[in-house]
Each structure stands twice: as C-alpha cells, then as structure tokens.
Design a protein around this ligand. Structure first.
Ligand code: FES
Length: 160
C-alpha cells in the first residue's frame, strides 16, 4: 500500500517563501507543510535543510518534539478517545474497542484509506459528558459502542 502524499514542490516552495527562508521560522514552516499534507513527508526534509541552511537532524528533532507534527501519514479525521479517569470509569475502553473493531486499526494507527487516525488522549476537559471523544476539533460526549459506530458512519458518509 502506498500511503505517502504526492509532493508538490511548488507548494513547499511557497511555504518557504512565506517565511522568507528564515531558519528561525522552521517550526511554522513545518506546521504549514503538515497542514498541506496532514503530516510531514520525509521527502521534503532534505529540501528544507538545504533551503534553510539547517541540518536534517535538527528538522527531525523539531518534528519529533512537537506532537502536532507527524512524520507518518495521518487520517483526514483524527479521532481522539479520552482515556482520562472520569471517562475510563464510564467505559472509555469499550469506546476505544468499538472504534478499533469498526476501523480494523489499533490505537496510534491510520486506516489504509487515510480517512481516520485513532489515538488515546488524556482528559479533554469535559469529564461530566464522558465517555468523550474528539474528531479533529469537534467534541462528542456520552459515547457508547453504538454512538461511536454511528459517528464513524457519519464521517465516512461525508466523503461519499
Ligand atoms: S476524563 Fe475524559 S474529559 Fe475528563
């Protein structure tokens, strides 16, 4: 399976130009490239290193330090299941299990069609509504197995 994005050098160049090739803007440049492709494709790292005059190892360290930057292809929809204590006691593990079963992936993985990435996160700050999950920036409370499945169908339906 080929999961890597098709890289448009022109788009990468526009991002670099937007920051006047300033190496001090490395983090912003990496974020903008992630916004374009949903992850930081490894093919762009030598190009960035060359254009910004920094070592590739520096780019890798920045990319691995910040959680918002992924070196792996991410799904269009990032599902974050809260595994905090309040959600845990209300059945968050069942929610996680339901999503794993439905999508045939484990926590931390992405579906082959690059639609969904599943991750566990700590408290999302709305414990009274637990179990809670977030899809990109949209929070959903009172989730059980059937609601989780419905939600996945809804997001999948938006792609049809
Ligand atoms: S523990 Fe899940 S929102 Fe707080």
């Amino acid at each position: 399976m080929e999961n890597s994005a098709t890289i448009e050098l022109k788009e990468i160049d526009q991002v670099i130009q937007r920051y006047n090739e300033h190496r001090e803007s490395l983090l912003m440049i990496l974020q903008d490239i992630c916004d374009l492709y949903n992850y930081l494709p490894s093919q762009v790292i030598p190009l960035l290193a060359d254009r910004l005059g920094v070592k590739e190892s520096l780019i890798y360290s920045v990319a691995t330090f910040f959680k918002s930057i992924s070196l792996e292809p991410q799904g269009k929809y990032i599902i974050s299941v809260c595994t905090g204590t309040a959600c845990h006691v209300r059945g968050a593990d069942k929610v996680m299990e339901a999503i794993q079963d439905k999508l045939h992936i484990k926590e931390g993985q992405t579906t082959n069609d690059l639609l969904f990435t599943l991750q566990g996160v700590r408290c999302l700050g709305c414990c009274a509504s637990g179990p809670v999950l977030m899809v990109n920036k949209e929070i959903h409370g009172g989730i059980d197995r059937s609601r989780a499945e419905e939600l996945l169908e809804r997001y999948r339906g938006e792609e049809r």
